[in-house]
Design a protein around this ligand. Sequence first.
Ligand code: NAD
Length: 470
Amino acid sequence: MEQDYQNIFKTQQEYFQSTLKTERVFNRKERLRKLKKWIKQNQNSIQEALYNDFKKVPEEVLISEIKPVISEINHALKSLRDWTAHQKVTTPISLIGARARIIPEAKGVCLVIAPWNFPFMLAVGPVISALAAGNTVVLKPSEMTPHTEQLLQRLFKEVFSPKLATVVTGGVKETQQLLELPWNHIFFTGSPQVGKVVMRKVASLLTSVTLELGGRNPAIITEKAVLTNTAKKLAWGKFFNNGQSCVSPNYILIDKKIKEQFIREFKFEFVEMYGNYPKEIKNNKSLTRIVNQHHYKRLTSLLDKAIENGAKVLFGNHRDEKDNYLSPTLLDNVTPDNPIFKEEIFGPILPILTYETKKDALNIVLSTDTPLAFYVFTESKKEQNYFLKNTRAGTTVFNDTTLQFAHPNLPFGGIGTSGIGKAHGYYGFLEFTNQRSVLKQRTWGAISQLIYPKYNTLKKAIIKIITWYE
Ligand code: NAD
């Protein structure tokens, strides 16, 4: 197996050196067009694969798996000329005579490791950035979504030559073997725990990494929020993909005075979207399932522990183990010492915590790791600034959730424990690019030679002038 990986790596390395390094940007665009055509022609197969993996709702596949990938391609096609342009930079007086520019060049042979929660989009998205930047790429999809894994294998076989882009399959053992190879860049999307494993593993080779990780995303609601609107947006943002999203709100932190009113509004909006009675909610065609038994057990045991520690179920907690089904569950009476507050939930459970002062709310947020997404619901600019300036987060959204992911001009990624580096559009392109500095010196009369030894009185005077600073 390891030998296969080495061959794949070597073949791509040779192809990169012999062909990609010197080819025209036009060829990259052609590849992206081909990929786009395949995706458009195979929309039904993509929806089918995701339904077979975890009953992912076909409309949500369109919204969150297919459309973002098509947008990413369109954005790259439109912008690639600008992104790849050599950038001339001005030269300081001490280097007079020299010319300088920055060349965005491909890093080389890249590895993309994808998670299961958006198994198509989070696999193909980084591949688009890698190819737009002129690299070769090996994709390792998640083993937890085998139908999508198979579909991706077919896609790559039909669209790319394996010396340019290929899929390898496997779980932990295979990924660890892949990490032994001297990749020129690794783009990993997954949990912070495995992100650490990846970084440790590649440290000895000093491989550059992008780590798109997760965390506990807060949703603060203040007295100045428009509650009906807030409730509607949170009911959608939380239960989209059944809460299995890296930008899903992990907990609500609400001003104590408006909690009861918010709960009423939230229940109303939830019923509008998913139904009222347990059977109706379960049979609703808008609710994706938990991905597998392992995650079903993790979530139900987390919920049991939360209840043992004082959490009160406001609605939900209906279970069907055979269908990996846990109904969307709203929890009250959750305090920061409850185990459910201490983990990334990544499923259909939403705990509500309360605060009395904004400072208390801030302290609760600051007591956790740095989140990937930070949501604040308030109409007050003063409050927005207060929470923005006093916290750290990969992305921040006022009065909505999740949609930051869909903005092509915003970098997407975490900070600290939620990740290193950014994805999407130009920022994704940059991750797979070396900003190579090129300085072209004159072969006559370069003033830099005036500072070479021996340091006589004249040289000393020149050095004094050249190194003068304010
Ligand atoms: P995961 O970390 O378990 O797995 C991700 C990938 O790593 C998979 O391909 C898996 O095969 C591989 N892997 C797992 N364990 C490994 C190990 N010990 N050594 C080497 N490779 C290993 O993540 P997941 O469960 O697939 O996805 C959920 C996590 O991903 C959540 O924490 C979520 O927040 C995060 N996530 C982040 C983003 C983002 O864009 N920042 C997007 C989606 C998911």
